[in-house]
Design a protein around this ligand. Sequence first.
Ligand code: GAL
Length: 639
Amino acid sequence: MNPELGVCYYPEHWPEEMWAEDAALMVETGLTWVRIGEFAWTRMEPTLGDLQFDWLDRAVDVLGTAGLKVVLGTPTATPPRWMLEKHPDMLAIDAQGQPRKFGSRRHYCFSHQGYIEECARIARIMGERYGRNAHVAAWQIDNEYGCHDTTVSFSQPALRAFRRWLADHYGTVDVLNEAWGNVFWSMEYDSFEQIDLPNLTVTEPNPAHVLAFRRFSSDQVVAFNKAQVDVLRPLTDASLLHNYMGRILDFDHFQVGEDLDIATWDSYPIGFLSDRLEADDAHKTAFLRQGDPDMQAFHHDLYRAVGRGRWWVMEQQPGPVNWAPYNPAPLPGMVRLWSLEAVAHGAEVVNFFRWRQAPFAQEQMHAGLLTPNNKPAPALAEACQTASDLAELGAVTQTQTDVAILFDYASDWAWTSQPQGAGFNYFRLVFSAYRALRRAGLSVDFISTTNEPLAGYKLILAPGLATLDGHLEKSLTENCNLAILGPRSGAITHDFQIPGSGRPGLSGLDCEVDLVETLPPNVRRDVDGGGSAQHWVDRLSGEAADLLTYSDGTAALKGEEGLWYLSGFPDEELWDRVITMAALKVGLDLYPVPTGLRRRETEQHVFLINYNATPVVWSGHKIAPCDVLILDKDTAKKG
Ligand code: GAL
């Protein structure tokens, strides 16, 4: 697979006379893909039924004739204003009962059947017109499900659909009452029609009720996406894809991904560091203009799993964005570094967002490859440089890694329904495990609880995995040399009850959780020999060996052959110790790297990626600031 570059373009924002010149410059820059159309509904259909596709025909033609492959977006993330006249109840409703109004984007409720039909209608019109167009090589459905907190809606259509969903899942209301434990606080229902959405309650709603609602909300996203997939499939042979976001866990991406051909995501490293990552000030300052060294790779690896091996960056940050609290500019070299890093993790395509900075509306302060008055922005030269790097690099092939993390969206829904401690968060815990593996220089795969075989890994980590069923336990213990669970793994049943068998309920491990405590940020439980647990501590008992103990003698890590359980949320030092112990046990080579340097192996290469603003020397190689050193495997082995 030879990776390629592309760009996001909005022909409807620019006079038609500019299109051919833009297309020629894209090609000259070394770009081969262009994404268009995903917000252009009012230009495709200015009023209901008035179809205006001539301009889009010409845009596709100009771009395609210049040699670019087109990704065509369905415009369903931006319903036109007239849509609301037709479907006044289509807006999502927030937890306070207020409508999420027109005037930006993503103003729809995933449960509104009328709107879903409108989406299928526009997808059909587009599919019939462009499905066999030789220039249209892929389709993006909608744009960033869940972005701007839009998965969950407390609307009347959502309420009706939720009641149907509950009836389908539980059959009778007595079964539901039992499963949710509704005897508590006299919450028992007589019929599904009495069950409301879990908002605006006096104090916290039943976590089982919330978790069911979160599962339902995720299913609505899957169904919404599938409605357009079903329309487009027969009309085109081009790949269908969606662009996911960073740290949005509100719907099951693995399930959406099953209906699509390729997973893509939108990577904004500097924006993410500032607005969605827990890190101390020193870290945020050191990587202010580079982004966190693990955040992008985490999502690259996760979405490689969601796409069953096939994934792209659909939008790559090119300069300052407009939406974070502070919006610094990338250091020189970073746009190239992010792009090459994506390639190292298997990206087939990296598209920059966007071609030319818009001079109007919400994103007028968001950089592009060109300035609003059509001069090159700094990222243009880096895009050009990256294109020639890729031409030189040739094929990049991914191989299965030795280490995997089991990732489960429903665990996040469970733990946000009942955090128990303010510092405990599923993403945060899994990300801390990922960081530790990367500090050890390891390449990491993600696997889901359902749709991937677990075989062939030396080590699998499953931190915070809410529910453990027999099937999953069997695959964990039989298909890898060592699985490490905990903290808070196997802690609840599907319906949010404490398992009757005791937890974590692993038949292969004589270990039980007797008590749970959560801790404020300034309190830690020290582990003998170094490191500590923070935020969350499971107090463990049982016959399994104590592999690590806290300073009071209680178990910090218990284990039997092939299965370990970690009691607390480890700090960096404790994670490093656990990974080192595990590596020793399963015969895994570690390549510890210094802060800000990351390492990724492919079949042909070892990529050394330096997020630091200073040079780094590692294993006999000097890597310049914000640079990527690509070694071929044989050289790396000798090095
Ligand atoms: C993405 C979105 C784009 C644009 C971009 C700005 O989330 O898909 O349309 O808004 O952010 O950074």
